[in-house]
Design a protein around this ligand. Structure first.
Ligand code: ADP
Length: 235
């Protein structure tokens, strides 16, 4: 499952929620890269400036991350990709991997108006310990600046500043959006789902319902979770 959409469309939030109806681990190239930055290792040093300025990192790097991760045993029943592929090169490499592993790829495109995106991202706060996302407007923490779950001080991602958000959106428009055409031409099934106007758990149900109707998943679980732990998406 390829979760596709602009920065701030809710891919990370949905990837976590979709575990309720899809098998397989959540693979986020952005999270992998941030781990290297936190560890201050060679890869971290190579990508930190690019990420801080909202630019994409080199294809070879993320292709290798995904190649390595997909070979692990927990990926055999499927994977949920978040933030990959983002360029035509990455999409070609991914479809090659899908063929080798006999996976049937599908794209879920989370559609959100551009004007909502900047407001969403600039109001986003994250717990550095457990990763829970908050939205200052629609899903604030109970105590300002503090994670409800573990009391850690919330942070703003460096690339969630307005000038960097605009660069990320430019990169999306020029490099990533064209993949929609590419997938269509490659015959990959695509589902357009609104990523706004409803709470995250409802959006998750809409995705699962669409996949179930098309026969791509077996059925929709009867009980969805009532509380949504990582709701960073403004309606
Ligand atoms: P978002 O989708 O909100 O931009 P991500 O965590 O997916 O957040 O990505 C953050 C940054 O990490 C991107 O702006 C880019 O610099 C880098 N990145 C993540 N995934 C990729 C990728 N597949 N190709 C190139 N760069 C990537």
């Amino acid at each position: 499952m390829i979760l596709f959409g602009s920065p701030g469309s809710g891919k990370g939030t949905q990837a976590k929620l979709l575990r309720h109806c899809l098998n397989g681990p959540h693979i986020s190239t952005g999270d992998m890269l941030r781990k290297h930055i936190d560890a201050q290792d060679g890869i971290g040093q190579q990508v930190v400036q690019l990420m801080k300025s909202g630019k994409l990192v080199p294809d070879e790097l993320v292709n290798e991350f995904v190649e390595t991760r997909i070979a692990e045993p927990d990926c055999r029943s499927g994977i949920i990709l978040d933030g990959y592929p983002r360029t035509l090169n990455q999409a070609g490499v991914l479809l090659g991997m899908m063929g080798r592993y006999k996976f049937q790829p599908a794209v879920v495109h989370l559609v959100v108006d551009c004007d909502k995106i900047v407001a969403r991202l600039s109001g986003r706060r994250q717990c550095p310990v457990c990763g829970t996302l908050y939205s200052l407007k629609t899903n604030p923490p109970k105590v300002a600046g503090i994670c409800d779950l573990d009391g850690a001080t919330l942070i703003t991602r460096e690339d969630d500043r307005e000038s960097v958000i605009r660069e990320r959106l430019r990169e999306y428009e020029s490099q990533t959006r064209p993949l929609l055409n590419y997938f269509q031409q490659a015959g990959v099934p695509m589902f357009e789902i609104s990523g706004a106007g409803a709470p995250p758990d409802q959006i998750m149900r809409n995705i699962c319902d669409a996949l179930a109707k098309s026969g791509l998943i077996q059925g929709v679980p009867l009980e969805y979770p009532k509380a949504v732990p990582a709701a960073g998406v403004a309606p």
